[in-house]
Design a protein around this ligand. Structure first.
Ligand code: SAH
Length: 283
């Protein structure tokens, strides 16, 4: 156990019996948990966790019962309802319930739906945000989601809808044209359709892209590619989800900011990948 790490003195909230805390676990690396998450893990009677929550994180709650609530394929909406009602039942039994979700609970994680069901059943809740894979996962690949020379906005998109298909309701031309950098969750399986929609809508085939798999974990893999080649490169790589797809020139920054590669002794490939010619001046 991690007895050596104690929370700093302060007024840490108490997880009371009958409450449910919905908490983000971050993208994988346990070091990316928040202090509120640790505080919750230490008090919970029950931790209900998703497929994307790393086992190592559960070790922070040795006193709690661990219940796996992962969903793979199947009928996500029906199962989702079961999970929400299970949370209600556990709370009504007087348990201190921690609902632990990968990344941030309110980013493509159905945390909003679970929280709504709890409130509808008069179960008191607390929300603990987490580091989302689309931000923290890219940072671990050396890709800043915003960069002054690249983008003034970033769009987070899901590549799946409830049925598991590419969301046909999405306005791909608007997404393609709306911001210079697109961060796509759950897009790996539909990469071919997504990239062709983006190209049809005017994004360049040569545009830099990255696919970051199992970001922040020991299995992290990064594929650097272009919009035109992404789907074929994914197929050839054999890489598996979970993955974040990033489309846009900020991917080039990895050539100078691949800090994990540098920790492994690699030299930066290019100190000036955006071609500014000199370090940016402080302003
Ligand atoms: N709430 C989560 C997202 C849940 S949706 C968050 O804020 O990060 C699940 C999708 O998140 C996955 O299909 C994948 O696209 C992305 N994802 C989550 N963890 C990831 C990781 N460690 N590496 C790459 N992608 C990840």
């Amino acid at each position: 156990m991690n007895d050596s790490l104690s929370l700093p003195n302060g007024d840490w909230p108490e997880l009371l019996p009958g409450w449910v805390w919905l908490c983000g676990a971050g993208p994988g690396d346990p070091g990316l948990l928040t202090l509120h998450a640790i505080n919750a893990l230490r008090q919970a009677d029950v931790v209900i966790y998703d497929a994307l929550v790393q086992e190592a994180i559960l070790e922070w709650a040795p006193q709690a019962k661990h219940i796996y609530a992962g969903k793979r394929g199947g009928k996500p909406s029906a199962i989702q309802r079961d999970i929400s009602l299970r949370l209600v039942d556990l709370a009504r039994e007087g348990k201190r319930v921690l609902r632990l979700k990968g990344g941030d609970p309110f980013v493509f994680g159905r945390g909003g739906e679970e929280a709504q069901t709890l409130v509808q059943h008069n179960v008191p809740i607390r929300i603990i945000p987490g580091i989302s894979a689309g931000i923290g996962g890219l940072a671990y690949a050396g890709i800043p989601v915003t960069h002054r020379d690249v983008n003034q906005s970033v769009t987070f998109v899901t590549g799946h809808d409830q049925s598991g298909e590419t969301p046909s309701s999405l306005n791909w031309p608007a997404i393609a044209q709306g911001s210079q950098v697109l961060v796509i969750y759950m897009g790996m399986k539909h990469a071919e359709q997504i990239t062709s929609e983006l190209i049809k809508a005017g994004r360049g085939v040569e545009e830099p892209c990255a696919v970051v798999c199992s970001a922040t974990t020991g299995d992290q893999k990064v594929l650097e590619t272009t919009l035109g080649r992404m789907a074929a490169d994914i197929a050839a790589s054999g890489y598996e989800p979970p993955a974040i797809l990033c489309v846009g020139r900020s991917v080039l920054m990895r050539q100078v900011l691949d800090w994990q590669g540098m920790m492994g002794g690699q030299a930066p490939r290019n100190l000036d990948p955006l071609g500014r010619g000199r370090p940016a001046e402080a302003s």
